[in-house]
Design a protein around this ligand. Structure first.
Ligand code: TXE
Length: 480
């Protein structure tokens, strides 16, 4: 299976005609090839985008909205095919792709199809000066969207939908590790009537294709989701060109559990927030902090529940935990488990690779729970991004808050409590972009999404995304 670049509405090879292998992680086997694009391909995509811009940015909001809705509907029509493609490419359980990834990709388009028709700008009357100001919000031009492998179509469309809804044209790059559903999206865009050149998808490595997008002098903004190190690198390149940047980076999110919570609900959700998508979600609660009075009970119940999760072939509906995305990533995650003892950690469950029947070369790992007694260790400070959580106890609210904030990341946090004062105090003092209380990953697409500290810069979602993808211009009119 050869994936192609999608430029100006056409499916084309890279100019160099070089290719990269694409793996099926559940089998550990190559099953296709993707173009190994370079700066020439990015330039070709840019030229298509810039040519399409003046017409696209002048389409009525209704026209744009209808096309975005068409894309959403077609994604839902092709739910089965897209979900199995995502599962094969990424290793995630097909049930998860059916329930979360693909429906959410459709919602991203439907949400911004609606949002753009309601996007209003401000006006300010300069009282006493006989002047009135209004804010024109114009699209930026050609923008770059670069997305990761953990939620491939979900995060790719989360960027593209607001960018094109706001009237921009896009040069986009999905992760080279999971290119398949982005390729299929190109076909859907043609079928939905998206004019040629509005969306261009270039496949290839981050350090060549991705970097060429960031370095392109006329690509005016970069919306990026990925690792913190890559984000810092992109910021260094983009800053001297004064590009607008939205960077959604890593996390090391605390899941803070108080004894007054709804215990059963907490336990069930904590299994999900720890291991959904093999723990490869930037929002996973990878540091579980438990109030001392229920610590022993929690450990016992949590281990028992986690031991029931089925690690298996992602294409089987009964699988809870599929394969990790790549051999390289499996090795990275495993290297953290290997240092657990050295760091004073105790493995309460898991820790080993799993050999799945008929998939013996796949990248499977047991869900792993490590008890730690000290926050100042790699296991609690670095993003592992796999099916590995640590747990530790705390005695007081102050200690819990201190532990929660004592990391360089600040993406999300979860608190389990029924105490309103505590909820408010923690909500105000947690240094994260998102605070969930008695829930996890409940997403309302109108809310600002993003992280504090080294988890990123800027916010996505709702109005924030439409503001990011437009330039505000103040028009001041003096009258007599
Ligand atoms: O991500 P990269 P990687 C974290 C997680 C993971 C680590 C590394 O901890 O273990 O990052 O993962 C493109 N210029 N997250 O190496 O490299 C790349 O091709 C422009 C958290 O896979 O950051 C891909 O499309 N682009 C995270 C995208 O960036 C570049 C999700 C992300 O890849 C580039 C994924 C460059 N120089 C990993 N280098 C989250 N926040 O959800 C790479 N890319």
């Amino acid at each position: 299976m050869k994936i192609k670049n999608y430029i100006n509405g056409e499916f084309v090879n890279s100019i160099s005609n070089n290719w990269l292998d694409n793996y099926n992680p559940s089998l550990g086997e190559v099953y296709g090839e993707i173009p190994n694009s370079d700066s020439k391909d990015v330039e070709k995509a840019y030229q298509a985008a810039v040519k399409a811009f003046s017409k696209w940015s002048n389409t009525t909001l209704e026209e744009r909205s209808i096309i975005l809705s068409n894309i959403a509907n077609l994604i839902l029509e092709k739910l089965d095919d897209l979900a199995s493609a995502e599962s094969k490419d990424n290793g995630k359980p097909v049930s998860l792709a059916m329930q979360v990834d693909i429906p959410r990709a459709a919602s991203n388009f439907q949400f911004f199809a609606n949002a753009i028709t309601q996007f209003a700008s401000e006006s300010h009357e300069s009282v006493g000066l006989d002047a009135v100001n209004f804010t024109l919000r114009q699209p930026l031009g050609v923008v770059g969207c670069i997305s990761p492998w953990n939620l491939p179509l979900y995060l790719f469309t989360w960027k593209i939908a607001p960018a094109i809804a706001a009237g921009n044209c896009v040069v986009a790059k999905p992760s080279e590790v999971t290119p398949m559903t982005a390729f299929l999206l190109g076909k859907i865009c043609n079928e939905a009537g998206l004019p040629n050149g509005v969306l261009n998808i270039v496949h290839g490595l981050g350090t060549t294709t991705g970097q060429a997008i960031v370095e392109h002098p006329y690509i005016k903004a970069i919306s990026f989701t990925g690792g913190t190190k890559t984000g810092a690198h992109i910021a260094r390149i983009a800053a001297p060109m004064f590009k607008k940047l939205s960077l959604e980076l890593g996390g090391k999110n605390p899941n803070i559990i108080f004894s007054d919570c709804d215990y059963n609900k907490m336990l069930e959700t904590t299994v999900r927030s720890s291991f959904a998508n093999q723990g490869q979600i930037c929002l996973c609660g990878s540091r579980i902090l438990v109030e001392e009075s229920i610590f022993e009970k929690f450990k016992k119940d949590f281990v028992q529940k986690v031991s029931q999760l089925k690690v298996g072939n992602p294409s089987e509906k009964s699988t809870d935990i599929g394969a990790l995305v790549s051999q390289q990533h499996l090795e990275k995650v495993k290297s953290y488990i290997d240092i657990a003892e050295q760091e004073g950690g105790k493995i309460l469950y898991g820790g080993n690779r799993v050999e799945v029947m008929n998939c013996k070369n796949g990248y499977y790992l047991q869900p792993t729970i490590i008890e730690v007694s000290n926050n100042n260790c790699k296991l609690n400070q670095e993003e592992i991004f796999g099916p590995v959580v640590t747990i530790m106890s705390f005695k007081t609210d102050e200690e819990a808050l201190w532990l929660a904030n004592d990391v360089k990341y600040g993406l999300s946090s979860t608190i389990w409590t029924n105490n309103l004062n505590r909820t408010m105090q923690f909500s105000k003092q947690l240094q994260t972009g998102i605070v969930w209380v008695n829930t996890w990953m409940l997403r309302d697409l109108r809310t600002p999404f993003g992280g504090a500290k080294e988890s990123g810069v800027g916010r996505e979602g709702g109005l924030e995304a439409l503001c990011f993808f437009t330039e505000p211009k103040n028009v001041c009119i003096k009258y007599n």
